[in-house]
Write a protein that binds this ligand. Structure first.
Ligand code: C2E
Ligand code: CA
Ligand code: CA
Length: 652
């Protein structure tokens, strides 16, 4: 017998509906369980009826004196006793089976139900034939057939065969072996014969409909059960099942060192842009298969997005990972650069919580981001501190926002031509009474990874607007402020609406606020960001492209989006003076921006040489430690008031 396939041919359909296919283990178990449940109820009914019959005979025969002795009584009623015993046995066994009090042995359960069936039908046939010989109808046989209907609910072709066998067989018996008192054969009349056949047809229909109903239920709950433990897209286990399997793995490998692994496909977003949603999904499905093949028998899972997890013995793991990494690179030779970053967390403790262990590996993998020269990182004691900060950030972001631990620092932006302050960039700082000062590098990536960044950004925007309004009310000088927007801000909240709400609440002119969006956040065909940028422009905000040149698709971003200002990433000034190529690159970026009618700002200006070069190359604005580190609002105010910074008349 073969597994059920979705065929279209008539023969295939017929074979399908008759049940000539093998049900999967889950469906087969479900049907067996349903059979046992019905058998239990039916055995209960049979037991009660047999008891009733026995009591009836006690009244009829014993009290009327028809049975003189107990032996007589048992002789006349032995079939009831046998049936009662069979029913009670079946009832008990089925109850133990369903409630899980005994081991569910399929063959044994078939043997017992089969025996119960045989006993019932045997007495049905015997009584039916005796009655028929006396000129009565075969009601006893039909009643017995009804009793055991539940046992006949099986695959359609078997049920039909059984039904035809018993119906036809009994008819054959009474036609050939029933004789009356005078020894003449007794025949069933035409009308009764018709009713008899109708009874079996109706019974077959009933049995088949019950079967199909149970089958559909089984398939449905099979699908539900599977979707609860497998990842919908890739079909490999999800984290829920991974944790269950990981626990079993830990118990089986007690005392032996094992490794939790987290795989992250680097640059998956760009791949998704290039090949579309379908192409991205295909890659993830392939990745699922790839991981499953490389860890046969070990727990694996899709963690979510482009991240996968595995657990395996730690012995030789580095070599194994090197091979997996090589295979991955060999299998992906497309136009888009892809890499596989792998985090490892080794442990020999069985009490490690699998989800947390994988999270540690994931954290190690996340540190490999943008490190082209490394693809594996082990979580060790050196990472433990940073990891606990990360956990602290995640557990305390709400509190930090509420209690005002999140503060805004302002870094001056100067006009290149006259070194006047034309604005500031708002940069977040977390000053915590418990853990002290946290820099953005410690909390921004974590908040982005765990989709909490909008909480922080909303808080920063509000603080900026509040401080600006305060200065305006006090008649103090104000300057434009650029705000950092994460790609996720547009997804996790209605970022434009939030900003608009604040602008109205604090009555801030829109040209005093600029929106910075980092280049790596932008991908081709990102309708959400396209629309948001258009709306921001329509409302009157300037939109800046941050960290230009730091990502993989700088030119595409320029082609696809409309920006007012280009912020050149500070990497270009890193080795300024040592690498003449940096100057040439910056110069050509500045020319490109000019030809696209965009203003320019270079970040990371740390010395005079850089200032001179940028000024001569035509850069519009400068930002960097050379002019000032990010500082508190009061400090900037003070510097303006003291004349250390001259406020430009030209707003950026
Ligand atoms: P960014 O937006 O590119 O911000 C510039 C970063 O460069 C700031 O680091 C700033 O302190 C630093 N910087 C400025 N001038 C110089 C210089 O001359 N030399 C050097 N070496 N560094 C300089 P910070 O404040 O640590 O912020 C790091 C990143 O965190 C920011 O990069 C930004 O991507 C993110 N970030 C900061 N605040 C926020 C925020 O409120 N929201 C969001 N979403 N991201 C933020
Ligand atoms: Ca920025
Ligand atoms: Ca930047």
């Amino acid at each position: 017998m073969e597994e059920r396939k979705d065929g279209k041919g008539l023969f295939r359909k017929l074979a399908d509906s008759l049940g000539f296919y093998k049900n999967n283990a889950y469906v087969a178990d479900h049907l067996r369980e349903a059979d046992m449940r019905s058998t239990m109820y039916m055995a209960g009914v049979v037991a009660v009826l047999e008891l009733f019959m026995l009591i009836r005979y006690v009244f009829r025969w014993v009290l009327t004196g028809k049975c003189a002795t107990a032996a007589d009584f048992f002789h006349y009623t032995k079939s009831y006793w046998i049936l009662l015993a069979a029913a009670l046995f079946m009832l008990t066994y089925a109850w133990l089976y369903i409630s899980g009090r005994i081991k569910k042995k399929k063959q044994l359960s078939w043997l017992f139900t089969g025996a119960f069936f045989a006993v019932s039908i045997y007495f049905g046939i015997l009584t039916g034939m005796t009655d028929f010989s006396k000129g009565k109808m075969v009601t006893a046989f039909l009643t017995m057939m009804l009793f055991v209907t539940v046992i006949l609910v099986w695959r359609p072709f078997t049920s039909l065969l059984l039904m035809a066998g018993f119906g036809g067989g009994f008819l054959f018996l009474i036609d050939h072996f029933c004789i009356d008192k005078e020894g003449n054969p007794v025949q069933m009349g035409e009308g009764d014969r018709l009713n008899y056949v109708t009874f079996f047809i109706s019974l077959s229909v009933l049995v088949l409909s019950v079967y199909y109903q149970r089958y559909r239920e089984a398939v449905k709950s099979d699908i539900l059960a599977k979707s609860a433990v497998t990842d919908e897209l890739t079909g490999i286990p999800n984290m829920h099942q991974f944790c269950e399997k990981a626990k079993e793995f830990q118990e089986h490998n007690e005392g032996k060192e094992h490794a939790f692994l987290s795989f992250n496909i680097e640059n998956f977003r760009t791949y998704n842009d290039r090949y579309g949603y379908e192409g991205g999904n295909k890659l993830l499905i392939e990745m699922g298969r790839f991981i499953e093949e490389r860890f046969p028998g070990d727990p694996v899972a899709r963690q979510g997005d482009d991240k996968f997890a595995a657990l395996c013995p730690a012995e030789g793991i580095e070599e194994r990972i090197r091979k997996i990494h090589d295979d991955f690179l060999a299998a992906n030779k497309g136009e888009v650069y892809l890499d596989l970053k792998i985090g490892i967390y080794k442990s020999d403790k069985t009490e490690d919580e699998p989800r947390q262990a994988v999270d540690k590996a994931r954290y190690a993998a996340s540190l490999l981001k943008n490190h082209d020269d490394r693809y594996q990182m082990e979580y060790d004691t050196k990472l433990a501190d940073a990891y606990s900060t990360r956990q602290y950030v995640l557990n305390n972001i709400d509190k930090a926002v509420k209690e005002g631990y999140i503060q805004v620092f302002y870094q001056p932006v100067m006009e290149a031509s006259n070194v006047e302050l034309c604005g500031c960039e708002a940069l977040a700082r977390w000053i915590d009474p418990e853990v002290g000062f946290l820099s953005p590098g410690q909390f921004i990536p974590v908040l982005e990874e765990c989709r909490q960044i909008h909480k922080l950004d909303r808080c920063i925007y509000e603080n900026v607007c509040r401080q600006m309004r305060k200065s305006m009310d006090a008649g103090k000088p104000v300057f434009p402020v650029s705000l950092n927007f994460s790609r996720l801000d547009f997804e996790l909240m209605d970022a434009v609406k939030e900003l608009e709400g604040l602008v109205e609440k604090y009555d801030i002119p829109r040209h005093y606020l600029h929106v910075e969006i980092t280049e790596s956040a932008l991908s081709e065909n990102d309708a959400l960001l396209h629309d948001a940028i258009d709306v921001l422009h329509d409302k009157g905000y300037a939109v800046w492209l941050d960290d230009f040149g730091s990502g993989y698709s700088s030119m595409n971003v320029l082609k696809d989006y409309r920006f007012d200002m280009l912020k050149i990433d500070m990497v270009f000034l890193k080795n300024f003076g040592q690498n003449p190529n940096s100057e040439r690159i910056i110069k050509s970026i500045l020319d490109l921006a000019a030809s696209l009618n965009m203003r320019t700002l270079t970040e990371g200006v740390e010395n005079n040489e850089a200032v001179d070069f940028l000024r001569s190359a035509g850069c519009g604005c400068l930002q960097g430690y050379f002019y000032g580190k990010p500082m508190k609002y009061e400090e900037i105010q003070e510097k303006i008031e003291k004349g250390e910074y001259k406020l430009s008349g030209r707003l950026i």
